[in-house]
Design a protein around this ligand. Structure first.
Ligand code: UDP
Length: 235
């Protein structure tokens, strides 16, 4: 029985057709999907990436900006997305709190696990911003870390695809969807569920990961209800 979940969205998901920035229609759609979970009685945490604003590796590619600085810029991008998500949830009548791994108390609460737990008790959605707070990590790793810290039963990676395939479904017509796969299989090069650090952390802590298509309405709710037909589970 799923009680507490952490849902990870990529920053790009917020960008819509523009490919950059924040599309409020998408934000509103996500807030609705999250609302269905809360109304079902689930405690919900959210991590959003920052790829729609800046990615450290890309920003540092030509050497003008140092990688560590570029990564901090990326982390700030996730906070921008977090503020937006918080607004969208409240617009839908939910109560939400943004907590950040890097202190910026005029904007958000600092990350305090006990405080996060208290928010869940009160039915609030908690958004974790600024990733892990450290350069050279990703928000997938941040999501896995936070999911473990709050004792989430499940990490849902909400993506553009409806699961994990044995090979790239865009390139191969005979690609087969894997309903379940082991952490070790998820580490194989051609199956990129999450980066290796995130998968290793999930494996160590036996945190199951569901990969699903966020654009199919109701997928998040289906998963927490135990219907895994529209996702792949890494466990
Ligand atoms: N980032 C970081 N440490 C973290 C999480 C994120 O340095 O713990 C930076 C990194 O530069 C990354 C950027 O923030 O490229 C945005 O996060 P990510 O690429 O994971 O976002 P997504 O691909 O999910 O949109």
């Amino acid at each position: 029985m799923t009680k507490r979940v952490l849902v990870k969205f990529s920053g790009e998901a917020l960008a819509g057709t523009e490919g950059y920035g924040i599309d409020t229609k998408i934000l509103d759609y996500i807030a609705n999907e999250i609302k269905s979970l809360v109304e079902f009685g689930i405690e919900v945490a959210i991590v959003i990436g920052g790829g729609n604003i800046i990615r450290g590796v890309t920003a540092a590619a030509d050497g003008v900006i140092k990688r560590t600085s570029a990564d901090y810029m990326g982390m700030l991008g996730t906070v921008i997305n977090g503020v937006a998500m918080q607004e969208a949830l409240e617009y839908k009548g939910l109560s939400a709190r943004l907590q950040t791994a890097i202190k910026m108390e005029e904007i958000a609460e600092p990350f305090i696990v006990r405080k996060a737990m208290r928010h869940f008790e009160k039915g609030r959605v908690v958004i974790f911003g600024a990733g892990t707070g450290n350069p050279y990590f990703t928000t997938d790793t941040g999501a896995t870390l936070r999911a473990t810290e709050i004792g989430a039963d499940l990490l849902i990676k909400a993506t553009k695809v409806n699961g994990v395939y044995d090979k790239d479904p865009m390139k191969f017509t005979d690609a087969i969807k894997l309903n379940t796969l082991t952490y070790d299989r998820a580490l194989e090069d051609h199956i990129k569920v999450m980066d290796d650090t995130a998968i290793a952390l999930a494996k160590d802590n036996k945190l199951p990961i569901a990969v699903t298509n966020m654009n199919e309405e109701g997928n998040l709710l289906r998963i927490v209800k135990g219907d895994y037909s529209r996702c792949s589970i890494v466990k």
